[in-house]
Design a binder for this molecule. Structure first.
Ligand SMILES: *Cc1c(COP(=O)(O)O)cnc(C)c1O
Length: 405
């Protein structure tokens, strides 16, 4: 199991590289192939244009947070959309990016790294930027990259900020403001690029959270008394989910640009590390109903597969019923619960998921917005590790304001 999961970590889905130039629609694929294993439907054109829009709108450099979805076809679509920098957290992620894109900039943004991983990233993978949130990690990085010459070394201090997202990322990493100021001062002599980073929390619905965190960053930089070259505003940019429509992407860009001007960061290079915003709409998972019991639908994917956020975290995803041959479905809808394929009773997703009232065994459900933290979190638990990936041309089930070209 351990071995399997390690292997799956950056290659979660079996791939077909022979993407046809004219992409099919999901209903036609379902009708033709009658998939009884989860079918991951990738929208390369959507990923491409979302990346393009983000890169054009953000007043700085855009690093894609690879953990969100390391599927090579997703990475290729992002590259085609103008992404040239990757936020990586592990040797496997770094190796994958380097193998696919020899010219990419790779940023090692995990605040706690193995010594050997730092050494290999620096010596063999061309990684120059490292994040840290402690004096111990600074010492480690200097040891393993050669503490003499600053070379081209970038050192980025991760600052803890108040959580502003649906997912709290504030509890685990990040230095308190006074410690962060001391780290900036300590790192300055060893850095060709010195920076400060934060993460406001994932799926952040408040553009003001970025401005607030930038104001904290300005205080830390002032307290450190040293110049910095980089301010990294992290990820957290949201997408639409049922009954959740975020402010347009531009509102986030404006909040960040305004804060930058107000706080005197005009000469500082901004970085962002979006994950979810770039790829969520890029993949749907088509699951099959294998049994219906009242309002409970037993399907072939679940919380140990691509749907973990629909379990405990209770995320609702957009859904659509598909019947073979585009046969008609009931106009009336009702609220369903979904149960995954494993024998664990925790493998359930309460939704509610609104679907046609006559949903039945053999139908498929397209579950949307699963390009982010979907396939990336799959396990092989209970033997349910199979899924296929195919490219499609359908529009996303939900649009996010400002994400289209
Ligand atoms: C996960 C993560 C991201 C991406 O966050 P999103 O909310 O998906 O945009 C960016 N930076 C770091 C350090 C992360 O851990």
């Amino acid at each position: 199991m351990n071995m399997l999961m390690t292997k799956l970590a950056v290659s979660p889905v079996r791939r077909r590289f022979d993407a046809p130039p004219l992409l099919p629609q999901i209903d036609d694929v379902a009708t033709a192939e009658q998939p009884d294993e989860p079918l991951h439907c990738l929208r390369p054109n959507v990923i491409n244009s979302t990346a393009r829009t983000f890169v054009a709108g953000f007043p700085g450099s855009v690093l894609y947070a690879l953990k969100c979805n390391p599927e090579p076809r997703v990475m290729s679509a992002l590259w085609a959309g103008g992404i040239r920098r990757f936020d990586c957290a592990s040797p496997a992620e770094i190796a994958l990016v380097r193998q696919m894109f020899p010219d990419a900039s790779i940023h090692y943004m995990h605040p706690v790294k193995a010594r050997g991983a730092i050494r290999a990233a620096w010596a063999h993978q061309g990684v120059r930027d490292f994040v840290l949130d402690s004096q111990q990690e600074l010492a480690k990085i200097l040891d393993e990259t050669g503490s003499g010459a600053t070379d081209d070394r970038g050192l980025i201090v991760r600052l803890a900020v108040r959580n502003g997202g649906a997912y709290d990322l504030s509890g685990k990493f990040g230095a308190a403001p006074d410690a962060a100021a001391r780290l900036l001062a300590a790192a300055r002599p060893h850095a060709a690029r010195l920076g400060l980073s934060f993460h406001v929390g994932s799926q952040c619905l408040d553009p003001g959270a970025y401005a607030e965190a930038m104001a904290r960053a300005a205080e830390v930089i002032a307290a450190a008394g040293v110049p910095v070259e980089v301010l990294d505003v992290g990820g957290g940019f949201p997408v639409s989910y049922p009954e959740v429509t975020p402010a347009p992407l531009a509102a986030y860009m404006v909040a960040i640009a305004d804060a930058r001007a107000k706080l005197g960061f005009a000469d500082v290079t901004l970085w962002a590390e979006p994950g979810r915003a770039l790829v969520a709409a890029g993949t749907s998972v088509v699951v099959q109903i294998q049994h219906r019991r009242g309002d409970a639908l037993y399907i072939n994917d679940g919380v140990y597969g691509s749907l973990s956020d629909a379990g405990g975290p209770g995320f609702r995803f957009p859904v659509r019923l598909i019947r073979a041959g585009r046969a008609p479905v009931a106009a009336a809808t009702m609220a369903f619960r979904l149960f995954g394929p494993t024998c664990d009773s925790a493998d359930r997703m309460d939704g509610p998921f609104m679907l046609p009232a006559d949903a039945r065994e053999g139908d498929w459900i397209e579950i949307g917005q699963l390009g982010a933290y979907g396939a990336a979190l799959r396990t092989a638990f209970n033997g349910f590790d199979r899924a296929r990936l195919t490219d499609v041309c359908d529009a996303p089930l939900l649009a996010t304001p400002g994400h289209a070209d």
